[in-house]
Design a protein around this ligand. Structure first.
Ligand code: G3I
Length: 487
């Protein structure tokens, strides 16, 4: 539901400091401005939009630029799998996984862990052991990897693809260690990191009437009834020649959610990127309050594991495809009332919470309200451009006024841009910029109501109270023009 920005004549900044500004014309945000990236559009209803990242591609500037701009959740495509993280028994290697983790979190993105126990991409030494030895190796692996990422990830795919198409358990070396291997994996995971949400992840569980869907559903219902810790189900959503978007997809999501777990679309790709299937799968998620987000399995078609089917949202040159627009439009049309139900921490409790910790607000963020002006910190014209200076404006609850204070002290807007100081001296401009993890994008929320820059030590400050008044840095003195509340 995109609406065009309107132009209003503003008398800006004339109410204070004796600054005479007459008839200044500024672009100011429309009440229903649409977001222009997938992550920001999803954030409007409290969801994320993610992609799988391959560490080896991060040096490709087109790839990194698109990924950094569009997404706010990242899954390592291969780098956190057992063969990558424990190539020899007891010898862990997190170099590629950390490369992706650091790249993502430096940009204010969250990370899904994928995956801890799977019949595929196992370290070769798992092939030489079985029974209780393999069971113990799986437990040790989960403990070793989760210790490394403790408190850092939003979700972990604890177990991946453990079912056959008919709903029975897949015969694998892990299954051969005993039918309880999955619940042992989840119990181990909860103890290893109580702060992260624990997911079961699989493909071909999108059609409610399919045997495999029923098999997974019954396992989760059983786990819930017996107190086996599980927080979420990932539906991979690989729609290929043999499996396209089922008409009952939303029913499937709703039925899983009714068991008391989050649901997510975790590895989406669609043969030839059918616009109707992409729009339909997005809408199904939007319609289910506990559907927390969507991840596509790669950035450009050329990055896909099935690139010959051109299944992603960007073509090989990095251009947005029609499917991109269909997804963006569906996300922008979502009402905040369809946002995911707030969920409590995983049942194991724990003191660490996945970062970032959002401020309040239905769109995933909260307002920064000026004490003197009663107006909100606002990105003019809902701009997403680096370097756009922020201003005061009448509070309207739109996404260009919704800020999320993260555990790394960033004030994020749109899910992937940060409040940024263009300098550190008195009068330095306060603008939005792509999140980069630097200290000029880190802020302390002080008990006296001021917000000070970690780099500069100076405070957010306004010289006036009117619409269009620009925000700057200035020596902290605690006056009303430097006090803001996050709400
Ligand atoms: O890195 C090596 C390279 O050095 C070597 O020359 C080359 C030779 O084939 O292989 C490269 O490794 C490949 C790796 O992807 C990185 O590109 C592996 O062979 C290849 O098997 C591996 O495929 C991955 C596949 O999982 C393995 O099962 C795909 O990238 C990855 O997208 C895919 O992801 C899975 C999810 O984890 C689970 N759900 C299904 C999904 C698609 O299969």
């Amino acid at each position: 539901m995109a609406a065009r920005p309107r132009i209003r004549a503003l008398i800006g900044g004339a109410l204070a400091a004796g600054v005479a500004v007459i008839g200044a014309v500024a672009m100011i945000p429309d009440a229903n401005a649409a977001a222009s990236t997938l992550g920001a559009a999803a954030a409007q209803s409290g969801r994320y939009f993610g992609t799988a990242i391959a560490a080896s591609r991060l040096g490709d500037s087109t790839y990194a630029t698109i990924a950094g701009r569009e997404f706010n959740m990242i899954t390592a495509e291969n780098e956190m799998k057992p063969d990558a993280t424990e190539p020899q028994r007891g010898q862990f290697n997190f170099s590629s996984g950390d490369q992706i983790y650091n790249w993502a979190t430096q940009r204010g993105m969250k990370v899904r862990g994928h995956t801890l126990a799977w019949h595929s991409q196992q370290p070769s030494w798992w092939g030489g052991i079985s029974g209780s030895t393999l069971r113990q190796a799986m437990i040790d692996h989960i403990n070793g990897v989760m210790a490394h990422y403790k408190g850092k990830l939003a979700y972990w795919d604890v177990v991946n693809e453990a079912f056959n198409e008919d709903g029975s358990r897949r015969q694998s070396n892990l299954q051969a260690t005993g039918n309880d291997w999955i619940e042992v994996a989840f119990r181990t995971a909860r103890n290893a990191d109580p702060s992260v949400k624990l997911c079961y992840n699989d493909y071909n569980i999108e059609n409610w009437s399919y045997g495999k869907t029923q098999g997974v559903y019954n396992m989760i219902r059983d786990f819930k009834s017996r107190g086996v810790p599980i927080d979420c189900v990932g539906l991979q959503t690989h729609f290929t020649g043999g499996s396209s978007l089922p008409s009952n997809f939303q029913t499937t999501l709703a039925n899983f959610a009714s068991l008391g777990v989050d649901v997510a679309l975790t590895e989406v790709d669609v043969t030839n990127a059918s616009t109707s299937q992409y729009a339909g799968l997005t809408q199904a998620c939007i319609n289910v309050p506990r559907c927390v987000g969507i991840t596509v399995w790669g950035v450009r078609d050329s990055d896909s594991w099935r690139s010959s089917e051109s299944p992603l949202l960007f073509d090989g040159s990095g251009n947005k495809k029609a499917a991109y627009t269909s997804v963006l439009n569906a996300l922008n049309a979502a009402s905040p009332t369809t946002s995911p139900t707030a969920t409590t921490s995983p049942t194991g409790g724990g003191t660490q919470s996945p970062s970032p910790t959002p401020t309040t607000g239905s769109g995933g963020g909260g307002r920064i309200l000026g004490a003197q002006s009663g107006r909100c910190v606002d990105v003019p014209n809902a701009s997403h451009n680096n370097g756009t200076r922020v201003q005061l404006y009448d509070c309207n609850g739109q996404t260009n006024q919704q800020w999320t204070y993260t555990s790394s002290k960033q004030l994020q807007v749109y899910g992937n841009m940060c409040l940024d100081a263009a300098g550190s001296g008195n009068g330095a401009a306060i603008q939005i910029y792509s999140c980069n993890g630097q200290t000029n994008q880190q802020w302390n929320i002080n008990s006296n109501g001021t917000i000070s820059g970690v780099q500069s030590g100076r405070c957010l400050d306004v010289w006036g109270t009117g619409n269009g008044q620009q925000v700057q840095l200035y020596d902290c003195w605690g006056g009303a023009n430097q006090r803001f509340s996050l709400s």
